[in-house]
Design a binder for this molecule. Sequence first.
Ligand code: NCD
Length: 305
Amino acid sequence: MRSVIDIMDLSLEEIDGLLNTAEDIIANPKKYADACRGKKLATLFFEPSTRTRLSFEAAMYELGGNVIGFSEASSSSSAKGESISDTARTISCYADIIAMRHPKEGAPYVASLKATVPVINAGDGGHNHPTQTLADLLTIKREKGRFDSLTIGLCGDLKFGRTVHSLISAMSRYSNVRFVMISPDELKIPDYVKQNVLIPKGIEYKEVKSLEEAMPELDILYMTRVQKERFFNEADYIRLKDTYILTPEKLSGAKDDLCIMHPLPRVNEISVAVDDDKRACYFKQVLNGKYMRMALILKLLEVEV
Ligand code: NCD
């Protein structure tokens, strides 16, 4: 029984295996239509979600399985004071696999200690979001054809943006990857990411404020939303929320084969005028997320197709 709490819980070989499975699902969807017949996924979402929850659900249905769960904490017994551990033990009696999103960092990890079925972290506070990273990796593979020798611009809320933290960990395992971190001072990448990942692995990175200046050297531009729900003070959020807005004009200095990514939801960070640019990949990312979640469910349930 295997849980995925952090993207580093998966080895590079396992990530390659998931990418291959996802590409096979894309090529031969019918082959997988009954793979999880009789199995149940529980989606325990203590925080809002559109893509992550619904793509997990769509993934399980496309594998022929079923889904149970809740989409807000207020409709579960956590509103009565039940602990994460007790919820995890209880749900293990009903479901074969759990996807959990929670506002507290570490909550899915705590759940995995008491659950008797695999737990997948579907986002824990401002910490990690491994399945978004799986979506991001398939997008990078399909759009760029490689993981090595890429300059990746990460722009926006690098402090609270959990997708960024997981993506840095994942990409730091490939060679000759450079990061350009574009953010205001208040939203810089947390120290623990530098100390635990970037510095020990000797990864080249720089921290800058100007998106336009960084643009020409980027192979990938990963935009993020300022994470309103993690701010203590609304005035700070209002001051920082529109620091970066990607427009067609700002792309004038960009490479022709830039890949523009965003985990979504978008608020204001990318003007809708960018959506028609051939370099905009954020809706492809959404679809890739479903295929990677299908691959991950198959792996953790040890289903052979
Ligand atoms: C992200 C998240 O929840 O961290 N969304 C997602 O799962 N695709 C990004 C965000 O909410 O800004």
